[in-house]
Design a protein around this ligand. Structure first.
Ligand code: CP
Length: 350
């Protein structure tokens, strides 16, 4: 049984297959209107969302399927202390596929390990958000026509921004992709993300802008700051506006996973290079493609999801946001990557 926790769960060929399916859905929507007839998607959102949940639900309806939804942890039995593992087992009785967002890093993997249906990670804390990356990839493909030979500026909260981490995982597998990381010192990309890629760090958006094929703006993740005063100090670090857009290339595409706060002025929306609303629409097409793929595979393989590779036990994850901190019955497990031991749930170094 296949679940999608991280963008890296999909090969480059599979990503291209999803893009091709999405492009075919855009060209021939009526061919897909019955593709999931009789199937149910469960959307389990333990954290707020507009785009991800609603685009998943729209995707399933446009495929002819149905949706059951949990939109607020406070109205579910999670509020009575039910574990993610038990929730996944229960929802497997009612639905054919799950899309889950949870504030705990690694929660999606716990759900996948316990569900008997495919689980799609719709965001687990600051860890991964693979379907946002699918939306980003289709947008890059439709705006630029390629995935290679690109200089990508990543601007804002590169420490907590899970969309940035997932996008890097996906794009660093293509030829000649350079990342220019634009952030305050306090919100720099974690060092482990930079291994093996072509990265440059700067604090100046204006300095980077003229060199970019793509500018990926992000919101400061206020909800993930331990110190509110730090958020207040950093929240206006970068604002894209018509004035600094003059520094960008004529064909620079501006992406943003949204929601935005103030990091892109509303006046930029009129600029044809602003691709972020098209990006949100692309998310629906890629989620349609992913649902089709996983349900198709699940029909052939009903075995449970398993974590592959050499897994060891005997360490404690130090990440306070890791799912192992609240689901105490979970054994802390790790995999070795070179000299490092990484938690299998949240990828934090142990
Ligand atoms: N981009 C994104 O994940 O948006 P939502 O939080 O509204 O789902």
């Amino acid at each position: 049984m296949r679940s999608i926790i991280d963008t890296l769960d999909l090969t480059v060929e599979e990503l291209q297959g999803l893009v091709d399916t999405a492009m075919d859905i855009i060209a021939n929507p009526s061919s897909y209107s019955d593709a999931c007839r009789g199937k149910k998607l469960a959307t389990l959102f333990f954290e707020p969302s507009t785009r991800t949940r609603m685009s998943f639900e729209a995707a399933m309806y446009e495929l002819g399927g149905n949706v059951i939804s949990m939109t607020d942890a406070a109205t579910s039995s999670a509020s009575k202390g039910e574990s993610v593992a038990d929730t996944a087992k229960i929802v497997s009785c009612y639905a054919d596929i799950i899309a889950m967002r949870h504030p705990r890093e690694g929660a999606a993997l716990v759900a996948a390990n316990n569900a008997s249906i495919p689980v799609i990670n719709a965001g687990d804390g600051g860890h991964c958000h693979p379907t946002q990356t699918l939306a980003d990839l289709l947008t890059i493909y439709r705006e630029k026509g390629r995935f290679d030979n690109l200089t990508i500026g990543l601007c804002g909260d590169l420490l907590y921004g899970r969309t940035v981490h997932s996008l890097i995982h996906a794009m660093s597998r293509y030829e000649n992709v350079k990342f220019i990381c634009i952030s305050p010192e306090e919100l720099k990309l974690p060092a482990y993300m930079e291994e093996g890629g072509d990265y440059e760090n700067t604090t100046s958006l204006e300095e980077a802008l003229p060199r970019l094929d793509i500018l990926y703006m992000t919101r400061l993740q206020e909800e993930r700051f331990a110190d509110p005063a730090q958020y207040e100090r950093l929240k206006n670090s970068y604002v894209l506006n018509p004035e600094n857009m003059k520094l960008a290339k004529e064909d620079c595409s501006v992406l943003h996973p949204l929601p935005r706060v103030n990091e892109i002025a509303v006046a930029v929306d009129e600029d044809p290079r602003a691709a972020y609303f098209r990006q949100a629409l692309n998310g629906k097409y890629m989620r349609m493609a992913l649902i089709l793929k996983l349900l198709g595979e699940a029909a052939k393989d009903k075995s449970k999801t398993v974590v592959t590779g050499e897994i060891e036990e005997g360490c404690t994850c130090n990440n306070p946001k890791c799912i192992t901190k609240v689901e105490q019955e979970l054994a802390c497990k790790f995999r070795r990557v070179g000299e490092k031991k990484l938690c299998i749930y949240c990828d934090a170094e142990m």
